[in-house]
Design a binder for this molecule. Structure first.
Ligand code: SAH
Ligand code: SF4
Length: 435
C-alpha cells in the first residue's frame, strides 16, 4: 500500500511540475513514505533522515540558494506527528496516510514561507472527505499494478498499530475502482492487485447502489477486457464471505494464490491477540478454498514471541505450518508498539528466545518454499515478465504463485505472458527457457 500511496504522491506532484529523480543529491523535495508496523521500520526512518540531512548540507555547499524540503509522510508521520520535528529539526513537513492528497498545497505553503524563516507543517488529520476523491489519475503504470480498494481497520488486534495510524475501515465505491482499473489497463496493466489492510472486509457501494462485497467486485473487474490476472491482499480469516469462495471457483483470472495471515498456531495466543477466530476456523477456510479451486496455494504472516507465548504454543505454530504447507510466508519477531495493549503486558519474551524461535520457524518455511519451487522443475508455466534482472541481459517475471522467474531476454518482452519450461527451482526464484 505504501508503494501505491507513493505512486499517487508522484502523480499529484507531476501536475505541479515535479518529476522523480533517482538521485537524492538532485532533489528539491525529499519525501519519506514511512511504515510504523514494527520498531525496525521506524528506526530506519530516523537513520534515513540523518542521511538526507547530510545530503542537504552538501547541496548547500555547492549552491547557497538550495534548500531541500524534507518531508515525512505515512504511518510514522501519523503516529509521531510533531515529535518528529523535535527529534529531527531538519524535517519541514509531517503528514499521515490520510492527508497526502493535500501535499501540493502544503509544499506551496512551505515554499512561500521559505523566503523568511521556514515554519513547519504537521497534518495528521483524518479528513471527513475521502482522499480518494481528490487523487489524480495515473500517468503511467507498471504491468503489474496496485489498486487500493479498502483502507484502515476496525479489528484492533492487540499487537497492531494499523487501526491508529490508518484509521477506521473505509471502502471506495465500486464505480471509482472500476474506472481506475480501466485506466490502468489502458496504460498497459495486465495484472491488478487489489489492496486493503483487510481487503476482504470490503463493503463499498456497488454499481447498483447496494453494498458490494470483495467477491462481487472481483466478478465485475473480471469483465474488463485486457485484465489477465487479479489478486487481492491482505485478507483476514474473519472476512471470508461466500461469494469470495465462488469467485475463486468461477473466475479464471483470479490467481490461485492467497495471502491469508494466521499469526500463530495456538488458539490461546490467537485469543490473547484478539484475532477472534480459532485455528479450526482457519483450517476450514483453507479446505473450502481448496475445494473451490484445487490448485490454490497459500502464504501467511507469523509473529513469534508474542507476550506469554510458551514453547508449547510455538510448537503448535510449527505444526500448523506443516499441516497447511505454505509456498511462501512472512515472519516476524513480536515488536512492542506504543499505545497497543500487548506492549504493556508483563510476560514479554526475551529477545534471544524470539531470535531462536524465528530462525527455526523460517527454516521450516524456507524448506517448504524450496520444495514447492523444486516441484515446478520440468513443468511449463505461464509467466508475466515485467522487470530487469540483476544480471545483464536477464529479465524477471512472476508465475501465478508469485514465484520470480529469470529468463535471458530484454525489456521488449515486458508485459508479455510467455510459456516457460522451468529448469531449476531455487528457494527464492525459478529459472527456465521460453518454449
Ligand atoms: N491486516 C492484516 C495484517 C496487516 S499488518 C492481518 O490482520 O492479517 C502486516 C503484518 O505485520 C501482520 O500480519 C503481522 O504479522 C505483522 N505485525 C503487525 N504488528 C506487528 C508487531 N507489533 N510485531 C510483529 N509483527 C507485527
Ligand atoms: Fe492490524 Fe490486521 Fe489486526 Fe487490523 S486485522 S489490527 S491490520 S493485524
Amino acid at each position: 500500500m505504501n508503494v501505491y500511496d507513493g505512486q499517487k504522491m508522484a502523480d499529484l506532484l507531476k501536475v505541479h511540475g515535479y518529476t522523480i529523480t533517482e538521485y537524492p543529491e538532485d532533489a528539491d523535495v525529499a519525501i519519506l513514505n514511512t511504515c510504523h508496523i514494527r520498531e525496525k521500520a521506524e528506526h530506519k526512518v530516523f537513520s534515513d533522515l540523518g542521511r538526507l540531512s547530510t545530503i542537504k548540507e552538501k547541496q548547500k555547499k555547492i549552491n547557497q540558494d538550495s534548500d531541500m524540503i524534507i518531508v515525512v509522510g505515512g504511518c510514522v508521520g501519523q503516529a509521531e506527528g510533531e515529535e518528529i520535528t523535535r527529534q529531527a529539526p531538519e524535517v519541514d513537513m509531517v503528514f499521515g496516510p490520510q492527508s497526502y492528497h493535500r501535499l501540493p498545497e502544503m509544499l506551496a505553503q512551505i515554499k512561500q514561507k521559505s523566503k523568511g524563516k521556514r515554519s513547519k507543517i504537521v497534518d495528521t488529520e483524518f479528513p471527513t472527505i475521502s482522499k480518494f476523491d481528490s487523487l489524480p489519475v495515473a500517468y503511467e503504470t507498471p504491468v503489474s499494478a496496485f489498486l487500493s480498494v479498502q483502507e484502515g481497520c476496525d479489528k484492533f488486534c492487540h499487537f497492531c498499530v494499523v487501526p491508529y495510524t490508518r484509521g477506521a475501515e473505509y471502502s471506495r465505491p465500486a464505480n471509482q475502482i472500476i474506472e481506475e482499473a480501466k485506466h490502468l489497463i489502458r496504460l498497459g496493466a495486465k495484472e491488478i492487485t487489489l489492496l486493503g489492510q483487510n481487503v476482504n472486509a470490503y463493503h463499498g457501494e456497488g454499481l447498483n447502489g447496494k453494498e458490494w462485497t470483495l467477491g462481487r467486485l472481483i466478478y465485475a473487474l473480471a469483465e474488463l477486457n485486457g485484465l489477465k490476472r487479479i489478486r487481492y491482499t491482505t485478507s483476514h480469516p474473519l472476512d471470508m464471505h461466500n461469494d469470495l469462495y465462488e469467485a475463486h471457483r468461477d473466475i479464471e483470472q483470479l490467481m490461485p494464490f492467497l495471502h491469508l495471515p494466521i499469526q500463530s498456531g495456538s488458539d490461546r495466543i490467537l485469543d490473547m491477540m484478539n484475532r477472534k477466530h480459532k485455528i479450526s476456523d482457519y483450517l476450514k477456510i483453507i479446505e473450502k478454498l481448496r475445494n473451490a479451486r484445487a490448485d490454490i496455494e497459500f502464504s501467511s504472516d507469523f509473529i513469534v514471541g508474542y507476550p506469554g507465548e510458551t514453547d508449547n504454543d510455538y510448537q503448535h505454530t510449527l505444526e500448523l505450518i506443516k499441516k497447511v504447507g505454505y509456498v511462501q510466508a512472512y515472519s516476524f519477531k513480536y515488536s512492542p508498539r506504543p499505545g497497543t495493549p500487548a506492549s504493556i503486558l508483563e510476560a514479554q519474551i526475551p529477545e534471544d528466545i524470539k531470535t531462536n524461535r524465528l530462525a527455526q520457524l523460517q527454516n521450516l518455511l524456507n524448506e517448504q518454499q524450496l520444495m514447492f519451487n523444486k516441484s515446478k522443475e520440468g513443468k511449463t508455466l505461464e509467466v508475466l515478465f515485467d522487470r530487469q534482472g540483476k544480471l545483464q541481459g536477464q529479465i524477471v517475471g512472476k508465475t501465478a504463485y508469485m514465484q520470480s522467474v529469470t529468463l535471458d531476454g530484454d525489456s521488449s518482452l515486458f508485459g508479455n505472458f510467455l510459456m516457460i519450461k522451468i529448469k531449476h527451482g531455487y528457494r527464492n526464484s525459478l529459472s527456465g527457457e521460453c518454449v
